[in-house]
Each structure stands twice: as C-alpha cells, then as structure tokens.
Design a protein around this ligand. Structure first.
Ligand code: NAD
Length: 314
C-alpha cells in the first residue's frame, strides 16, 4: 500500500492538450497517473499556433504512463466542437465507466496584434480556449452531477488579467474561462462539483515556439518548468481540495490567488450629473478600502423565471 498522502485511486481523469513535451498537460497527466488515476490523455496534436502537427503526441505520454505502471488511454479529438468534446468524455466513460476530473489544458497561443490577427485565428483561439472549456465542461457535467462529485480545473492565464499587447483574443477567451468557472462553481455546489481556474506559467513547447530563445532559456534557468505547476493542478483536482470558484496562479513552485476586487462605492446620488463625473470617477478609482468582488449568490434560484426553450441537446 502506498504511503503517499494524496492519491487518486478509483478516479478517472481527462487532461486535454496533454501530448506535448515539455508541456503542462503532460505533467498533470503523469502526476495524476502516478498517484493512481486512470487518465485520458487527450491531444489534437497541433502546433502552438493551432496549425500543423507537432511532437509524438498523446500516445507517447500514454506509453510513458503505462511503462511506469499507470493506466491511460490516448484520445485525439478536438475540444473545440460540441460533438468531439463529447467524444473525449465518452472515451473516459466507455473505458472506465465514470469521470471524476477534467483538466481543460488544451490551448493555442498565436501572438499577434488585434488588427493583424486573422479572422481564422480569432475563431481558432476562441474555439479552443473558450468554446473548448464550455463544451468539455458541459459534456462532463451530467456524469459528475449524477455521481454528485466532480473536479473541473479550467486553465486561464495571467495575461487575461494583465491586458497584454498581442494577446487581445487569447485574453478575451481566457477571461471568459474565469467567468465560466466562477458560475460553474456556484452551480456545481449542489452537485458536488468544484470548479477552479488555474493560471500557470512554465517553459513549454508553446513558449519555446512562440518566444525568442533567450526568454525560453531565462524561464528554464528560473526553474519555470511544468513539473512545478503539476502539484497545483492536481491538488485542485483532488477530493480533499474543497475550494471552488478560485483563480490560482502557479509558477516555479510558487502559488498565489488572483481575485477580482472592487473599490468602495461612491455615495448613491439620484442627481448624478455628467459634470460631476471627473470628481466621482476620482473617488471611484481610489483603491483604499477595496474588497474582493462578491461570490455569486443563490438568490438567483428564487429570482429567475424557468428557462423555457427547446431541449438543450437539440
Ligand atoms: N506555458 C505557459 O506559461 C502558459 C501560461 C498561461 C497559460 N497557459 C495555458 O496552459 C495550457 C497549456 O499550455 P502549454 O504551454 O503547455 O501549451 P502547449 O502548446 O505546449 O500544449 C498545448 C496542447 O494543446 C493541444 N491542442 C491545441 N488545440 C487543441 C484542441 N482543439 N483539442 C485538443 N488539444 C488541442 C496542442 O496539440 C498542444 O499539444 C494552455 O491552455 C495555455 O494557454 C500556459
């Protein structure tokens, strides 16, 4: 019997985009499998710009896991469309009969100015990062809700919170992941589903491809490697990790929480005028007394009218 404190025996996990080396997804898949999880290693096998073919892919990671005594299967579907996302979930359920963990890691990262990025790349980036999260979470949700247990680890990026040049579309999609995750954390509470957003940083195939060599070398020298993020991602996927709706930064073994805050409200003023705005805005931007933005409230269940449309699978 293992003496490791945190194990995943009996748990079934999907890690998307886990076929690159060095890659964040691969490091999550290896750690999960080494602690007893059965892992679907998903990867479409595209380059960091979303094009072409790269590396040995998911099957190589599966072989690494198996040769270390773990259980894994490879899956080559895309996360970016509804039916192929469902097929990834089906791979887990048909192979092992359940699904407990999804780490939505798949991604692409073209660096381009807002007026330069092609329409096709805009759709690709939103397709993988935002729609990919939506389709994967939605495909996994009924299985998790039915067993009253699930762990969703959604991958965002600090870039989305920073407002960085060349990253407008990527940031839009990755900030969308945060909105999705925080809502799913609220909705998941009554189904035993925890959802958190992970903001990692590590030298990977993506960074090596998209950044100049000296940046990559600097990151490696600073110990910013995927293996230092893996304990954080897998902890968020563990049964004993009960936080939900959080945004967790992880890089080089350092961990922090990013949270959205707001400044103290100015006095309500029914006679607010346009002319008053310079003064009011100065007060509104005063960060003294800032507080975390409130988590979503259950009041909405009583407030909202029933959703009366066609069945959601139509
Ligand atoms: N590397 C970092 O420092 C960093 C920083 C912030 C966020 N992230 C995020 O972490 C995740 C992993 O990053 P990485 O640097 O390891 O990337 P990576 O490019 O090394 O690996 C991403 C993998 O996703 C796969 N993929 C792309 N589109 C897919 C699709 N539609 N379906 C299935 N698989 C698909 C690719 O084939 C690739 O193997 C990404 O979501 C990225 O945006 C990374």
């Amino acid at each position: 019997m293992s003496t490791e404190k945190f194990r995943f025996d009996g748990r079934v996990a999907i890690v998307t985009g886990a076929g690159t080396n060095p890659g964040l997804g691969r490091s999550y898949a290896l750690l999960l499998a080494s602690r007893g999880a059965k892992v679907v290693v998903n990867d479409l096998g595209v380059g960091p710009d979303g094009r072409g073919q790269i590396g040995p892919g998911a099957q190589a990671v599966v072989e690494e896991i198996r040769s270390a005594g773990g259980e894994a299967v490879a899956d080559g579907h895309s996360v970016a469309e509804r039916d192929s996302a469902r097929a990834i979930v089906d791979t887990a359920v048909e192979t092992w009969g359940r699904l407990d963990i999804v780490i939505n890691n798949a991604g692409i990262a073209p660096f381009a100015m807002f007026d330069e990025i092609t329409d096709q790349d805009i759709e690709r980036v939103v397709g993988v990062h935002l729609m990919g999260h939506i389709w994967m979470c939605r495909a996994a949700w009924p299985h998790m809700a039915a067993q009253n247990y699930g762990r969703l680890v959604n991958v965002t990026s600090g870039v989305a919170l920073m407002g960085m040049p060349t990253q407008s579309i990527y940031s839009a999609a990755k900030l969308g992941v945060i909105g999705l995750t925080r809502s799913l954390a609220s909705e998941g509470a009554k189904h035993g589903i925890k959802a958190n957003a992970l903001s990692p940083f590590a030298d990977t195939v993506a960074l090596r491809t998209m950044l100049k060599q000296e940046f990559s070398e600097r990151n490696q020298a600073a110990g910013l490697v995927p293996e230092t993020v893996a304990p954080v991602a897998t902890w968020l996927a563990h049964e004993e990790c009960t936080i939900s709706g959080k945004i967790i930064n992880a890089a080089g073994g350092a961990v922090s929480e990013a949270y959205i805050s707001q400044t103290a409200e100015t006095q309500p003023d029914p006679d607010l005028t346009l002319e008053a705005m310079p003064t009011v805005m100065e007060q509104a931007l005063d960060r003294t007394g800032s507080a975390p933005y409130a988590d979503g409230g259950d009041f909405i269940y009583d407030a909202v009218k029933p959703y009366e449309t066609a069945p959601r699978t139509a």
